[in-house]
Design a binder for this molecule. Structure first.
Ligand SMILES: Nc1ncnc2c1ncn2[C@@H]1O[C@H](COP(=O)(O)OP(=O)(O)OP(=O)(O)O)[C@@H](O)[C@H]1O
Ligand SMILES: [Mg+2]
Length: 221
């Protein structure tokens, strides 16, 4: 379950006045549910995802993810919480370029403290259809394949929450469609809560819940 209460985020801006990027966000998302976050560029979508991930702290308000009040955790505890509880998928993949597909996933499995990182990583890559690309470097993979490696990395520890920031934004339509269906399948099969930032109303309409941001405020989707 994800619960946000009266969340506000200010960033310092160059002119010295704080820039209010999120304001008065309230949200209750049941466990295993899916949520689309929509809104124009600059409306605060990635900032909100970063707060859910514990990468950013809110200026005001409360953030609870999978039963944990993130405001009570130290940075070290937050890092452990992230490794155990969250998977991330970004628009730009963020793979380690000098490591193979398998190594990229194994590193995440090790950080999450899995007892059997290698078989679990092979299994995760098989789930995303890349069992025959284990030793390829990211530079030797297509964009869609890179994103599938990033998804395998995100799910290898079977996190209860999967956060995706425009995961299909840099893919061609055919690969985007495949990657999106894969994310939906994993959400259903693994019972993972799914939060997906997207500009695409067709994708958003496939989520159970929708939240639309405009200039940092929630508006009716
Ligand atoms: N670290 C930061 N310091 C100052 N301002 C920031 C910082 N991060 C984001 N912002 C500002 O906050 C606003 C919201 O940014 P955010 O990245 O959340 O938008 P977004 O909705 O994800 O946009 P896009 O669709 O383009 O990815 C922007 O105006 C941005 O300039
Ligand atoms: Mg963004």
């Amino acid at each position: 379950m994800i619960r946000l209460a009266n969340l506000t985020k200010d960033f310092p801006s160059p002119d010295g006045h704080p820039l209010r990027v999120l304001e008065g966000i309230d949200l209750l998302l049941p466990a295993s549910a899916s949520l689309a976050i929509e809104g124009p560029s600059g409306s605060g979508k990635s900032t909100l995802l970063g707060i859910l991930a514990g990468l950013e702290r809110p200026t005001e308000g409360r953030v609870e993810v999978a039963g944990v009040d993130l405001g009570t955790l130290t940075e070290r505890q937050l890092a452990a919480f992230r490794a155990r509880t969250l998977g991330f998928v970004f628009q730009a993949f963020h793979l380690l370029q000098h490591f193979s597909a398998l190594q990229n996933v194994v590193i995440a499995a090790e950080i999450a403290g899995l007892p059997d990182p290698l078989p679990r990583s092979r299994e995760a890559l098989a789930r995303v259809g890349l069992e025959d690309r284990l030793d390829h470097l990211p530079g030797q993979l297509s964009g869609g394949e890179c994103q599938r490696v990033a998804i395998a990395r995100a799910i290898v520890a079977r996190p209860p929450v999967l956060l995706c920031d425009e995961p299909t934004g840099s893919l061609d339509p055919a690969n985007a469609g495949k990657v999106f269906e894969l994310i939906l399948d994993l959400h259903r099969d693994l019972g993972t809560s799914l939060v997906l930032v997207t500009h695409d109303p067709a994708l958003a309409s496939r989520m159970e819940h929708r939240l639309r941001l405009e200039r940092g405020r929630m508006v009716a989707a």
